[in-house]
Ligand binder design. Structure first.
Ligand code: GLN
Length: 294
């Protein structure tokens, strides 16, 4: 059916009403963001002339996206983008959409950056942690000779990470590896936001996450701690003495993960909260001796 050509305002209102009717949480915001993405207009341009007619081609795309969003396809899978640490990251169905909570991890890592550091990012996904760390250093801190490697088990995810590094003009190495399997050498800083959701919790997550985020980026095994155990135990062979390990964690995993870290020889353990006030990041410094495998 051919639609009649509508004004920007009519289209926005119609889009928002459809999303609301479909039960989308941030219906108005999503309707606006999609409109802005399709037309390339910002708020000032929109409010300058909301009665402007929208091009037919744009209108078609907009309503196609509204229908997909109503089916719970994440906004970022439609626009192909998510902002993280102020930088635009390309995303698709092969990577976890970068979350604002993860910015806390990057901020803590930045505070601990020193010239000459070698950084390893395990489960790099879109590469958002490593790339924004390197980009912030290049633009703001300007410490010399910082180098980073990102690993992921998924080749498709690594391609996304590589594209993001290229897009933001960042040099980093990307390696296909099941955690440390193909990693060589020792690092001053290891960062990771591994999959940490207990398997049985996944089915209760909202569709946008449960259906559209990659399952392997979510599933942390029966108790959600599978990757922490494995990374912590193996890390002692890949981290330098006094090297720092930084994890994103689930809000209720702080005690369990800090216990694992202490057992493996990490000290000076600190917990940091996200903007919502929930435990989100654990940081530890390697004492240089492994006390016991857990
Ligand atoms: N490191 C990526 C991120 O934080 C991917 C994490 C993951 O796949 N679990 O977004």
């Amino acid at each position: 059916m051919k639609r009649k050509i509508l004004t920007l305002q009519q289209i926005y209102r119609e889009g928002a009403a459809s999303l609301r009717a479909a039960g989308i949480l941030d219906a108005d915001l999503d309707a606006w963001l999609l409109l802005s993405f399709v037309t390339g207009l910002d708020k000032a341009a929109y409010y300058g002339n909301p009665g402007r007619l929208m091009e037919e081609r744009e209108q078609e795309l907009y309503f196609k996206w509204i229908a997909l969003r109503s089916d719970r396809v994440p906004l970022q899978h439609l626009t192909g983008e998510q902002e993280f640490m102020g930088y635009p990251f390309f995303v698709n169905k092969h990577v976890l959409i970068p979350r604002q909570d993860t910015e806390t991890l990057v901020e803590e890592a930045l505070k601990r950056l020193k010239p000459g550091m070698r950084i390893l990012d395990l489960c790099t996904g879109s590469g958002c942690i490593l790339i924004s760390l390197l980009k912030m250093n290049a633009c703001k801190l300007r410490m010399d000779d910082i180098r980073g490697t990102g690993t992921d088990i998924s080749e498709e995810a690594l391609y996304v990470a590589w594209k993001n590094a290229e897009r933001l003009g960042i040099q980093a190495d990307f390696l296909q590896s099941d955690l440390f399997e193909c990693v060589e050498g020792q690092y001053d800083m290891i960062v990771s936001n591994p999959p940490y959701i207990p398997t049985e919790v996944i089915e209760r997550l909202q569709d946008e996450v449960r259906v559209y985020d990659p399952y392997i980026a979510l599933d942390g095994g029966e108790d959600g701690l599978y990757f922490y155990r494995k990374i912590i135990n193996d890390s002692v062979q890949y981290i330098k003495k006094e090297g720092v390990l930084l994890f994103e964690i689930g809000h209720d995993q702080g005690q369990a993960v800090s216990f694992l870290m202490r057992q493996a020889g990490y000290g000076k353990i600190q917990m940091k909260k996200d903007l919502a006030g929930l435990d989100r990041v654990l940081i530890g410094s390697y004492n240089g001796k492994e006390s016991r495998k857990c």
